[in-house]
Structures are given as C-alpha cells and as structure tokens.
Design a protein around this ligand. Structure first.
Ligand SMILES: [Zn+2]
Length: 272
C-alpha cells in the first residue's frame, strides 16, 4: 500500500538535524547549495516552516524531525518564487504557505517550470500538486501565534521577502547576504543593480531597527550582527565591482556554480 505521506521509503529516513539558533528558532541545512530551512516554534508546539528544502528525501527527513519533537506544522512561508524555496511535502501537512502577493502570483504562473527546474538541478520527484502553491499574505504580519513579519525587499527575485522574527532577534533573509553565494541579480528587472542595493539597504535598516542578532541566509551559514555587517560590505563591494565592469576577487567565486552565475550576470551587464 502506498505510503500516505507520499514519499515512499524516504519517509522512514532519520529526522534531519535541527540547530537552535535563537529561542524557538531552529535551522536545518540541506547539502545541495547549503540550502537552509528555518523552523519557528511556538510555545504550544505549533510551528511555521520557512523555505522547506531541498530534495524529496530532505523534506521527508524534515517532517520526521518535526514529528520526533511532536511539533505540528501550522503554516509555511516562502521567501521568494525560485523553485528551491517553494517546495512542500504531504508529510508537512495541509496548511497555508504564505508569501508576498507578488511571490505567490509568480510561483502560480508556471508550476511545471518550477518542477522541471527542480528535476534538472538535482531534486526530482517533488509533488506536482504542492510545488509553488502559495497563499498571498494580506499585509506584512503573518496570521500566526508567534510574531513573524514579512519584509518585502527588491532584488534577487520578484516578490522577495525576508521573515523577521522580532521576539527572537532573527532575520531569515532568503537569497541575499550569503557567505557562499555572491549577490545573484534579478535580471528580469529594469535595473538589477539598483534593486539589489535597495534591498540590502532595506534589510540593513530593518535589522538595525529590530536589533537583529541572528541572520539566516537562504544558502550558507547563520551569522550574528557583526557577520551581517561583513556580508553587507561584501555584497556591496561585489555589486560595485560588477557595476564598474572591474574584475571581481571574491572568495565565494571559488565555487564553480557561483562562478558560472557571476559570469552570466557579468556578460548580461556588459551586453546592455
Ligand atoms: Zn533564489
């Protein structure tokens, strides 16, 4: 009989490791692209899952880790409409998965393309009925038991938003401010460099206003307030070199995939 969780034998794999980075805020990291998933846990054991990723097996392991702790998923949040941030699994429950209205609209436009991208980039087999099925947030505060605020920002992808957890001093930013990826521009925008700078400025202001102590990037490693300042400086330096058409020396370019993306966006800017 098929597993009602829909993930077959993968559903029986051990639960993934969750690291508590602030009170009631846990992060698990998938091997592929060092992709993070953040779990916000309320006092009653209800939880909200941000960007569950990345393979079918990873999601089964995440669901198992939550089950072991007796946490019940009550909601999800997607930071932006790239395939690796809009995944879900039946085992995580039938719950609302919030996103900015623009993010939800973009993800709904072509779920098949998201599925194809997932399969092409190393994560085949995701449930076609669940990929990219997001609910547009009404306002910025998530209708949930613990404070969580969507902070929309420009850059990287249309509809991007960080999730601010003000009672924990945590900002889960999505795909900016990474220690493993240089700024990846939204090349569909009229002015990708301007947008990316504006996004960094917005996140810096929000982090300062709310005394953010823990930064969770969509890919890479969690850092503190000093690390956030270093990443802001590194990302701005990268954008400035790119804008000036100057060679970029950045340790994040040591990764072949990141270098390929860097070369793609350098060519795009040169051709404008
Ligand atoms: Zn992305």
């Amino acid at each position: 009989m098929p597993d009602p969780g829909g993930a077959g034998p993968a559903a029986r794999r051990p639960g993934r490791e969750l690291v508590e980075v602030a009170p009631g805020v846990h992060v698990t990291t998938a091997e592929h692209w060092t992709t993070t998933t953040t779990v916000l846990v309320a006092r009653d054991g209800g939880c909200l899952v941000v960007d569950p990723a990345l393979t079918v097996g990873d999601l089964a392991g995440l669901a198992e880790a939550l089950r072991e702790r007796r946490w019940v998923v009550e909601a999800g949040f997607a930071t932006h409409p790239h395939w690796d941030h809009v995944l879900w699994a039946t085992a995580l429950g039938d719950v609302p998965r919030w996103a900015t209205p623009e993010c939800a609209a973009v993800a709904a436009r072509d779920p098949d393309a998201l599925l194809r991208a997932a399969a092409d980039e190393g994560a085949p087999g995701h449930d076609p009925g669940l990929v990219g099925r997001l609910a547009a947030l009404d306002g910025s505060v998530l209708p949930w038991s613990r404070p969580a605020v969507a902070v929309a920002y420009a850059g990287h992808a249309a509809g991007s938003a960080a999730l601010l957890l003000p009672d924990a001093g945590v900002l889960a930013v999505g795909d900016v401010l990474s220690d493993v990826e240089v700024p990846l521009l939204d090349l569909a925008s009229d002015d990708p460099l301007r947008d990316h700078h504006a996004g960094l400025d917005r996140l810096e202001a929000v982090a300062a206003e709310h005394a953010v102590e823990v930064l969770v990037p969509g890919h890479g490693h969690v850092t503190d307030a000093a690390g956030l300042r270093r990443r802001l400086a590194a990302d701005r330096a990268y954008l400035d070199r790119l804008a000036a058409r100057q060679p970029v020396e950045d340790p994040r370019l040591a990764d072949a995939w990141v270098r390929g993306e860097h070369e793609r966006q350098s060519r795009w800017l040169a051709d404008r």
